[in-house]
Design a protein around this ligand. Structure first.
Ligand SMILES: C[S@@+](CC[C@H](N)C(=O)[O-])C[C@H]1O[C@@H](n2cnc3c(N)ncnc32)[C@H](O)[C@@H]1O
Length: 381
């Protein structure tokens, strides 16, 4: 391991990051927690081509260069497809599976979740442990529980959190089941995305408590949920307007797809232009309508596939203008998408902040448009 970086230099960089985030109520925590401890020995930077990652090693740069990276308002990927950056030989390729999230985004999530002194918190996705440490600084070690799926990531986080002087409860396991031992919690905050709110979370957060979680479905549509539990233990809230894109909780990842599927079925004229799915809100709406679908292709030639039933829908541009769609299998995926897009357009094509989510204690999850009595779709719990 390299010599520890000079702490005076680190505090100058830390102060600069805190100044950058000065509008946040978490600025004091940012100014106190040494982020460089949480990045380990190597981090990844997106390469020029698709899913390639360049590995940046601490031992290969000067202390100020490393500190500049550690205290930039950037997400640093630390693990790709299960391989730690520090263990990589050369670069890495694949999807990020763990990271230190951009500090500005971490403090935004913490702010939204309204964590105050006296609260107890369950964090899903310890990652490097940086956000865990920020919470410990504010509300004390004993009030913070954090759970991480990946044992290697969890062990490194424990080392970093301990080195920073904190001692929260750290668990290794599937955070989608929560962490019953320390329940009930005042706040639950997820730093990985979920397809739906796991029912166990509903039972481990107290009435009046909150669940703050980024949602991401299999068509890539995202929304940022901040739900408050009522006296009956049901949770509800309007989505926030922030565009957050956190890596998906591992058990909620989609199935691997082969990319050589040809749409089958009788063609008919599509009521919508498939290019509408480029709009993030439209993509989110399509996903609400076809929550089990995965997508291949893009632009004029979108293919939706439901792996469980083998249902498919595929669009093609017609020579004279417009698009056709072919559908096959028991789910009429494109019919559902067309209907939902039309409903959304009739409401003025709003972004995700016009939608909200109500989750019952038994786990029913209804996304509504406008208000809780508006048009609705169910998440695939
Ligand atoms: C974006 S990172 C977390 C960032 C972290 N809070 C930080 O400040 O460094 C997301 C983490 O969630 C973890 N994760 C994914 N699925 C999980 C699950 N089902 N339960 C707990 N952790 C999970 C990943 O392994 C990854 O480390």
């Amino acid at each position: 391991m390299n010599d520890p970086v000079p702490s005076e230099a680190a505090s100058v960089f830390r102060r600069a990051l805190a100044d950058l985030l000065s509008s946040s109520s978490w600025v004091e925590e940012v100014a106190s927690v040494p982020r460089e401890l949480f990045l380990g020995e190597a981090i990844c930077r997106a390469g020029r081509y698709g899913d390639r990652w360049e590995v940046l090693r601490r031992e290969e740069m000067s202390a100020p260069e490393w500190l500049r990276l550690a205290y930039s308002d950037e997400t640093w990927v630390t693990q790709v497809d299960g391989a730690m950056a520090a263990d990589a030989e050369g670069g890495l390729s694949g999807a990020p599976t763990s990271s230190s999230t951009q500090p500005g985004l971490v403090v935004r999530m913490l702010e939204v979740s309204q964590i105050r002194k006296g609260d107890t918190v369950l964090e899903i996705g310890t990652g490097t442990g940086y956000s865990t440490a920020l919470m410990c600084h504010r509300i004390g070690d004993r009030a913070v529980t954090s759970i991480e799926y990946d044992p290697v990531v969890a062990a490194l986080a424990r080392t970093a959190i301990t080195a920073a002087g904190y001692a929260p409860t750290l668990a290794v396991g599937d955070g989608l089941s929560g962490f019953e031992e320390n329940a009930e919690y005042d706040r639950l905050i997820a730093t990985c995305s979920v397809r739906y709110i796991p029912v166990q979370w509903m039972w481990q957060v107290r009435d009046g408590g909150t669940i703050t979680a980024p949602l991401r479905g299999w068509l890539g549509g995202t929304a940022f949920a901040h739900l408050t539990l009522d006296d009956a233990g049901n949770a509800s809230g309007r989505f926030l307007g922030d565009r957050l894109d956190f890596m998906t909780a591992r058990p909620h990842l989609p199935h691997p797809l082969s990319d050589s599927m040809l749409p089958r079925g009788e063609p008919r004229v599509s009521r919508i232009d498939p290019n509408v799915l480029h709009d993030p809100a439209a993509g989110f709406v399509a996903q609400l309508a076809a929550p089990s679908a995965q997508r291949l292709g893009a632009d004029d030639e979108v293919i939706l596939i439901d792996v469980a039933t083998g249902s498919q829908a595929g669009t093609t541009r017609m020579d004279g203008g417009g698009w056709t769609v072919r559908q096959h299998g028991p789910l009429r995926l494109w019919d559902a998408v067309e209907g939902a897009i039309e409903t959304w357009r009739n409401a003025g094509a709003p972004d995700q902040s016009a939608f909200g989510l109500t989750v019952t204690r038994s786990g029913d999850q209804r996304v509504w448009l406008g208000d809780p009595d508006g048009p609705c779709w169910y998440l695939p719990a």
